[in-house]
Ligand binder design. Structure first.
Ligand code: NI
Length: 174
């Protein structure tokens, strides 16, 4: 799968709920993990690969030896509870090279369905809480720089313009 790069329109759209849990959905999930691992990302949302379905994959140990042992699949995820606050660096495969400190809740409780359509809830703190919020934002057409103050966002976009040019040069060479 090809990763969509900001400001691609698909990143600004709201993804649609998954209603049928079939082989197509399981294939998309597997391909999303593959794409995420190839790029060493910790999470990936449907929008980022041009699939406007509410599907998120997360593996906080992507790129490490334990890759694949803690796969998290969230279909139709919804945040039930949020608590506290954290301020930490965030990045995104759709904004290559850009890292900014983003304020997020320190704890979240999320309900979702797995690839077979079964309901479950997941609680996360720190990095997991951050990943859950970041990926669910994607499904709602929000990228992490949208969570910055207007001034910070403007500065981030200036920096990103240069990074995007470098990224495009590098990917063209390959
Ligand atoms: Ni992202």
């Amino acid at each position: 799968m090809e990763i969509k790069i900001y400001p691609d329109e698909v990143l600004k759209k709201k993804a649609e709920k998954v209603k049928e849990f079939n082989q197509e959905i399981r294939d998309i999930v597997n391909q999303m993990f593959e794409t995420m691992y190839k790029r060493g990302g910790l999470g990936l949302a449907g929008n980022q690969v041009g699939v406007l379905k509410r599907i998120v994959v997360i593996d906080l140990e992507s790129g490490k030896e334990r890759q694949g042992q803690n796969k998290i699949v969230l279909i139709n995820p919804e945040i039930l509870e949020m608590e506290g606050e954290q301020l930490n660096q965030e990045g995104c495969l759709s904004l290559p090279g850009l890292y900014k400190k983003v304020k997020r809740a320190a704890y979240v409780k999320v309900k979702a369905q797995n690839a077979d359509g079964e309901d479950f809830t997941i609680e996360g703190e720190d990095l997991l809480a951050r990943a859950l919020q970041h990926e669910i934002d994607h499904l709602n057409g929000i990228v992490f720089i949208d969570r910055l103050s207007p001034l910070q966002k403007r500065l981030a976009l200036q920096r990103y313009k240069k990074l995007k040019r470098e990224y495009e040069r590098k990917t063209k060479k390959k």
